[in-house]
Write a protein that binds this ligand. Structure first.
Ligand code: SF4
Length: 202
């Protein structure tokens, strides 16, 4: 039932972050913590235009990066992450982005969720990222318990959904949470899952 409704509502869920290179996507996902994709797109349009290579980002001044990233919040920390990630990828990986989770997770500011989004979106690898939207929707729909942590939720969602659909289901749940099953004022009146939902109005 959940799958059918997600397919009906969001048959072709897009990734809402703009990017043209693999490292741009990795940085964009990292920058999206605690802010919106729309704001990240506005900022990265400037960032990647002013600093079009990893070497440029590595050599950018902290002041300049902070000024560009300021609209995102936590901009000092994020500026440091951008510079350090650019340095490591440029110096140690010849401007390539490694595909191994263990390596990616050693990069500053890059955690499990970011790696899952990156590998799933770019390489269609079977990963299921659990962000704040996926967590909220999972708990409201009893796909996870209220006290489950993100790792437990990930395990449960991987068991529920077919492996070859994990990437798409993740994006559907993110967009469903972002635009329909919102944290505040979810659109329960029009939601076809209200009968099986803890928050539902039926
Ligand atoms: Fe979300 Fe409301 Fe639908 Fe439940 S009924 S899944 S809270 S929109």
């Amino acid at each position: 039932m959940v799958e059918n409704y997600l397919d009906e509502l969001l048959p072709n869920p897009p990734c809402e972050l703009n990017y043209s290179k693999d490292y741009e996507f990795l940085l964009a996902v990292m920058l999206s913590a605690q802010t919106t994709d729309k704001r990240v797109n506005q900022v990265t349009a400037v960032l990647f235009s002013e600093y079009p290579t990893l070497k440029d980002l590595k050599e950018a001044s902290s002041d300049s990066l902070e000024s560009i990233l300021r609209p995102l919040g936590s901009f000092r920390k994020k500026a440091q992450y951008v510079q350090k990630i650019a340095s490591v990828l440029h110096d140690d990986y010849q401007d390539m982005v490694p595909k191994q989770r263990e390596v990616l997770e050693t990069l500053p500011g890059i955690g499990r969720k970011t790696v899952s989004v990156f590998l799933s979106e770019l390489y269609d690898l079977p990963e299921f990222a659990v962000d704040t939207h996926v967590e909220r929707v999972s708990k409201r729909l009893s796909l996870a318990k209220s006290d489950d942590d993100v790792l437990e939720i990930e395990k449960k969602l991987k068991r529920k959904f077919q492996r070859n659909e994990w990437g798409r289901r993740h994006k559907q749940m993110v967009l469903f949470g972002r635009y329909h099953c919102k944290a505040v004022k979810p659109e329960c009146e029009t939601c076809k899952l209200s009968e099986i939902c803890k928050n539902g109005t039926n």
